[in-house]
Design a protein around this ligand. Structure first.
Ligand SMILES: Cc1cc2nc3c(=O)[nH]c(=O)nc-3n(C[C@H](O)[C@H](O)[C@H](O)COP(=O)(O)O)c2cc1C
Length: 207
């Protein structure tokens, strides 16, 4: 018989709450966000508090925590300033560059230069896209919702354009094996796909 450990989030340290959230909600997709500011300086950073939130219209969300001193991260500043961002899928060949793009660097410097990745123009937004990955979503800022006493910003973007390299598709579907996405676990750990399982549910929606 197992005995569970019990935690009341209001009674434990935020660090412990973070460990529970990031250890149990796994693997998390990574919202690799590219942005630009009004001076044309590009920025790239990963966010694993990331998901799809709506289909019509298509929307995705990123939770961009404040810096410990309460200031906004460059990605959030740029999204508010320019009103848009691009989401880039993280794939196996560039996962280490993705991690390096999280390093805190001065505001005027670009993670594109730091990592050697190539910014390419978007079609409908100001933000650049990462050339080295096969899928980009161009997003316009829909809403920033500030959560909790620390005004934790949840950013919702509407996808206004999808770019998909046909090399990662089979019969009209995005092919997971060809895409080779990377997920975030807890700590400094990441995951590749591993085994892919398939089972329909009774009222299964067509894919
Ligand atoms: C894989 C990964 C996932 C991350 N997820 C988040 C996240 O969900 N929210 C967040 O605020 N920071 C997250 N970070 C940290 C940011 O990427 C980091 O603070 C970055 O420097 C922010 O860059 P910016 O100031 O250029 O926006 C993550 C880092 C890594 C490596």
């Amino acid at each position: 018989m197992s005995e569970y450990l019990e935690f009341d989030p209001s009674e434990i340290e935020p660090r412990e709450v973070y460990r529970l959230l990031t250890g149990a909600v796994v693997p998390r997709p990574i919202g690799w966000a590219s942005t630009v500011n009004k001076d044309g300086q590009t920025n790239l950073a990963p966010f694993s508090f990331f998901t799809v939130v709506c289909v019509i219209p298509p929307m995705i969300s990123l939770t961009i925590a404040r810096n410990p001193d309460g200031t906004e991260k460059h990605t959030l500043k740029n999204i508010k300033e320019m009103g848009d961002f691009c989401f880039n899928v993280v794939t196996e060949p560039v996962w280490q560059e993705m991690v390096d793009s999280a390093n805190a660097i001065p505001e005027g410097d670009s993670e594109f230069e730091d990592t050697g990745l190539t910014p390419i123009p978007a079609v409908k937004v100001n933000s650049p896209r990462v050339k080295e990955v096969p899928i980009h979503f161009e997003c316009k800022l829909h809403q920033v919702i500030e959560l909790g006493p620390r005004n934790h910003p949840l950013v919702i973007g509407e996808v206004v354009h999808f770019h998909v390299d046909p090399a990662c598709m089979t019969n009209g579907y995005i092919d997971m094996k060809k895409l080779a996405p990377i997920g975030r676990l807890n700590g400094f750990f990441y995951s590749t796909l591993g085994d892919i399982l398939e089972r329909e549910f009774v009222d299964g929606q067509p894919r």
